[in-house]
Design a protein around this ligand. Structure first.
Ligand code: TXA
Ligand code: MG
Length: 342
């Protein structure tokens, strides 16, 4: 593998794209300090250029090259959760190109906790890193804009084909959904804002800094930063997808049968296991296991020629919040509205 890391670094330094595994999902990596390399990421994903990218760092020691005015609460979170699935939004330094921040004065940064990602970042830093020795790799999830994030190397190839020069294969991502994003970019970092729920919960954050981060409320005078993960329609399959409560499953699936429609079911409880859908994926009935398998299961159901993907809804409690968030956006982003016209 060490030759592969050397090759990956050469490619990054030559302004090419390299996909790599993180503990959350696979990222599509580029030299974060080079606007030309960053432009290739937007082109490959089909993503609007005003959506900022997360910059991945080899360690917390690199943070002050990218962020300025770093509040104490940020250092406390770094100490507690890095390397790990937590992205911090902070004020950028003047060296950070606007290409990577989507034109904003803030920057999203994290140190990933995957051995392949860390080895890549460290090899990169040892080789002098990126332009100006900044040593950051910009990496959004390695999917086409709005689609399901990849959790295996094969998913990345399906999504991006030849537009990525190299895909480092680290097997299946252990967390399976994207990092928690906390905005600390206001003076003193407080109050912290939760821009995207993830594996690290608001309660865990509060246990470190003593303040519970809240979802920003849209409204007059509240400026919500642009976060593509915050778009109402995102992480979506191409097949129409609907969230259905466990008790409603028999009726919905039965109606599909009567109308000769193919129905794929993503379930988690024993009750749902006995229902007759055309294809079924069962995930563990606990949030961490469910999150780990979620995107691969949606991809499979999406590829099986179903007319509708029915997802057994998850409990409405805080342990399931990150999964519920992704399911809601996936249902909105799917062609469910078209389904009504079938
Ligand atoms: O787990 C993850 O975070 C994965 C892996 C590859 O690290 N990355 C990921 O990247 O999910 P992406 O680009 O698909 O989603 C990152 C989110 C986007 O919604 C982006 O808008 C937001 O982070 N973001 C990045 N910088 C930001 C900033 N300065 N202000 C607000 N949001 C920001
Ligand atoms: Mg994404």
């Amino acid at each position: 593998m060490s030759q592969e890391f050397a090759r990956a670094v050469e490619l990054l330094q030559a302004c090419e794209l390299v996909a790599f595994p993180t503990e959350t999902v696979y990222g599509l990596g580029a030299d974060a300090a080079n606007p030309e390399a960053v432009a290739k990421v937007f082109a490959a994903k089909g993503r609007p250029a005003d959506h900022p990218l997360i910059v991945h760092l080899p360690g917390a020691a690199y943070l002050d090259r990218w962020a300025s005015g770093i509040p104490d609460v940020a250092w406390e979170l770094v100490e507690a959760f890095w390397p790990g699935p937590l992205t911090l939004i902070l004020k950028r330094t003047p060296e950070v190109p606007y290409a990577v921040t989507g034109g904003q004065e803030t920057i999203g940064v994290r140190v990933p906790a995957h051995p392949v990602a860390l080895e890549l970042l460290r090899t990169y830093a040892q080789a002098g890193g990126s332009r100006g020795g900044m040593c950051g790799i910009a990496a959004p999830s390695a999917n086409r804009f709005g689609r399901i994030s990849p959790t295996t190397a094969a998913h990345v190839r399906q999504e991006l084909g030849d537009s990525v020069a190299l895909v480092l294969d680290g097997g299946q991502c252990p967390v399976g959904i994207e990092s928690t994003i906390i905005d600390l970019s206001r003076d003193g970092g407080l109050p912290p804002r939760l821009l995207r729920p993830g594996h690290i919960s608001p309660e865990q954050i509060a246990s470190v800094i003593g303040v519970l981060p809240a979802l920003p409320e849209a409204g007059i005078g509240v400026e919500v930063p642009r976060v593509s993960g915050a778009l109402e329609a995102h992480y979506a399959p191409q097949t129409p997808m609907r969230l259905v409560a466990t008790e409603q499953l028999p009726a919905v699936i039965g109606e599909m049968h009567e109308n000769d429609r193919r129905c794929g079911l993503l379930s988690r409880t024993r009750q749902a296991l006995v229902l007759m859908s055309h294809s079924q994926r069962q995930l563990p009935d606990e949030p961490k296991g469910f999150a780990r398998g979620l995107y691969a299961a949606l991809r499979e159901l999406d590829e099986q020629g179903n007319d509708l993907i029915v997802v057994e809804n998850v409990p409405n409690d805080s342990a399931w919040a990150a999964v519920a968030d992704r399911l809601r956006r996936a249902a909105r982003g799917s062609a469910e509205t078209d389904f009504h016209h079938l």
